[in-house]
Write a protein that binds this ligand. Structure first.
Ligand SMILES: [Zn+2]
Ligand SMILES: [Zn+2]
Length: 100
């Protein structure tokens, strides 16, 4: 599986347009804001020191804790909550509670 973008130096790949790959320490971040967090005074912090965690993508990518869940929730809202015609919970949710 090839990702959309790939670093020619370290060979790691990533897929998102907002995703940032540091050309100095070769760590991938989910957003520019998180990329900024790992730089302090022109030095690269480790993701751990910057308070960032693996954000659950299939490739190594760091973001803020909880970031991925928030994104997933927002996507769920987009798919069902915009029109507001029904105003009822999605019936599937009642049966889908077991999946993590
Ligand atoms: Zn860096
Ligand atoms: Zn790289």
């Amino acid at each position: 599986m090839t990702e959309q973008f790939q670093c020619r130096k370290c060979g790691s790949g990533w897929g998102g347009l907002n995703t940032c790959h540091c050309q100095r320490c070769h760590v991938t971040f989910s957003t520019v804001a998180n990329f900024d967090r790992h730089q302090r005074g022109g030095e690269c912090l480790t993701p751990k020191d910057a308070g960032l965690v693996r954000n659950g993508r299939r490739y190594e990518c760091y973001g803020q804790p909880g970031e991925q869940e928030r994104a997933a929730r927002m996507q769920g809202k987009d798919s069902g909550g915009l029109t507001g015609v029904e105003g009822l919970p999605v019936p599937e949710a009642a049966f889908g509670g077991v999946s993590s």
